[in-house]
Ligand binder design. Sequence first.
Ligand SMILES: Cc1ncc(COP(=O)(O)O)c(C=O)c1O
Length: 409
Amino acid sequence: MSHSPVARAIPSSSLHEIFRAADVREQSTGTPVIRLHVGEPYFTPPPEVADAIAEAQRAGRTSYTDVEGLPELRRALAAKLELENGIETPISRIFVTPGSCQGLQALLFSMAEPGTEILLPDLHWPIHVQQSLIAGLRPVFYGLDEHYFPDLDSIAEVSGPASRILLVNSPANPTGAVLDAERLQGLLDLARERGWQVISDEAYEHFVYEGNHLSLAARERDLPAEQRIVHSVFTFSKSLAMTGYRLGYVVTANDAAASGIRVVQEAGIIAPPTPVQYGGIAALQMTGTAEVNRKLVQQNRDAVLPALRDAGLLRELPAGGWYAMLDVSKAGLSAEDFAARLLEERGVAVVAGSGFGLRPQLDKHGGLTAMETDPNAGKLVRIAFCVDPKVLQSGVDALLEFGRDRNAW
Ligand SMILES: Cc1ncc(COP(=O)(O)O)c(C=O)c1O
């Protein structure tokens, strides 16, 4: 048996590839690339956040906090979770994390029994796959229906005795699907029946344009904590545009799960950054901001995306999130070639869908032998519609024109 470090075998995500390609083009042509590949919003964090961080630093509030984070911040988070998400939790089960990405990874480390399976959606955020592999889990992929909703029959079919964790992401990156109460309950019932744990990634909780955001964990609030199975992940990055501050949080279902992640956090970060946590307290007081930001992204969606639907690239406008998956198969190019040529010829960066349909191939020891991709994902490209409206409009116009010039639509 040959051993090689798992992390070294995992290719970096297609998001990184296009980042690099966009930078290279910008440097070689001297003209700015129209960046529809990045989930970076055009609105900025509330200035009160920067003030609170500066004040914490000046006042010398810069030493380590508890591994879970500042009690004051976690108390404010518990109140938010109760009010907005219907999640009832003591602060001992809340962990402040440097971004929800690190929270997700810590959760996976704390839950992973090496060699067991995690169930991920067919179209997924590639980081979920990378994290699962690094944690020693075997990713297994479940089908989505034509609206990108998880297909319960497919989940039942692809899962088996080694399955342990079901990952749910609503609103979803990259598809924009938002799960209603019935669909969430169906997933929860299946997970309970099979004895799985559930991770609910709610990074885009405040970006729902049709219906409401519903937190999966709220559906088990009447159960005693030791019977709960849903662990939830949230972030300040999206709702308050605080992407670079790196601030998120995890709510574990019960005390046993909390004691697992506590060890992972102690080993991995000791504690989240202290001044940024004071920024988080200030951010939670800015109660109207997430709603203002939601409206900004919805305006973009409503103004620009219908043209893509009318051209047949989009079945329906995304109900949530920051992204849309466009079917560009009529252009007669693979998604990679489409993305490469759109960048080269029109200066517009989008992400090839294949990067969201990863299919890692593992040997029986969990070693990665190949990173394949789902052929269906190779017809899609992802655009971010959280960007400046003028940039979005010009990028979508250029993309449509690129296809029209090829008589694709
Ligand atoms: C689905 C999903 N979850 C989590 C994250 C992580 O965000 P952050 O680490 O900034 O909280 C992202 C960021 O793009 C995401 O798309």
